[in-house]
Design a protein around this ligand. Sequence first.
Ligand code: HPA
Length: 328
Amino acid sequence: MTDEHVADLAQSGIVFDDAGLVPIAERVRKAVEYIDEQLRTAAATEHFSPRIALITGSGLSKLAQSIDVVVSLDYAAIPYFPRTGMRGHPGKLLFGVLSGQQVVCFQGRLHTYEGHSALMTAFPVLVARVLGAQTVIITNAAGAINTEFDVGQIMLINDHINLSGQNPIHFNDVWGLGDVFKASREANRAAFNIDAAHTSTVPNLDMTFAYTPALRETALQVAAEEGIILQQGVYVGVRGASFETPAEIRAFRILGADAVGMSSVHETTTAVYLGMHVLGLSLLTNMAAGTTKAAISPDDIMNISTASTAMLTTLVERVIARHLSPIL
Ligand code: HPA
């Protein structure tokens, strides 16, 4: 590609991020082509088309153990798929069945503090959408700012504050994605008879209902039935990778935040842009800095997430069983 060519593309509104000169739409297309080929060659999965995407956070990748996996791919094998090297984030893409629904699970999250752009951390969402997913379930580990919450509890994300200083959506109908999504919408509509009204809102820049109210309602009902304490609140997304100072946590509390973490807000923003339903669940792995006398220990965070995965898994499974069929 010549410099002139790059300049032309840049002028045409196709944006490159700092990871390279290949337009994002092209990366998504290549990744999906590869994934489709893998799904087709696995005999059992001839018509595999996941409606639901799951993204698992730190130490929560065991959630995937309850999926009947039919195909497992390493992120590293998928063209243009960003790499994750973080502890507790294995970097695998699993296709399978959970609560009777075809799902794709991104077992391993991408963070901006690993050097990815905000948009590239949402690459799983882009891929899931093009594969036909309409709903994304996001789980993460977070520090509790609200002192009424306890470590080990789950917080249903009602809303978020993006304090990361970045946003994955920098231009409307950006990155030449329009064509990719037009094609995927048409394919989805044909394959699943998806109501045109649902998809006509894409691209959507309105964040008023970012965390789908109907999914939140179902999560609350299921939690009550299962005897799971489900707190509710606002997640503040920061860039990391250091934890916060006590002064920052006091400031976030004044801003209205109940829990803090270093992920998820870009995934949600991208999913909303693409007209997807979002359910966000934070596992409260520690009390945020300064809310107790203790320092924050990454080992404790890992141990708490591992210990609470079963509860989170039950919640996710039951929400999928209860709610997702009707809204898809
Ligand atoms: N701060 C930011 N991210 C986190 C925390 C925290 O206290 N706990 C788990 N992820």
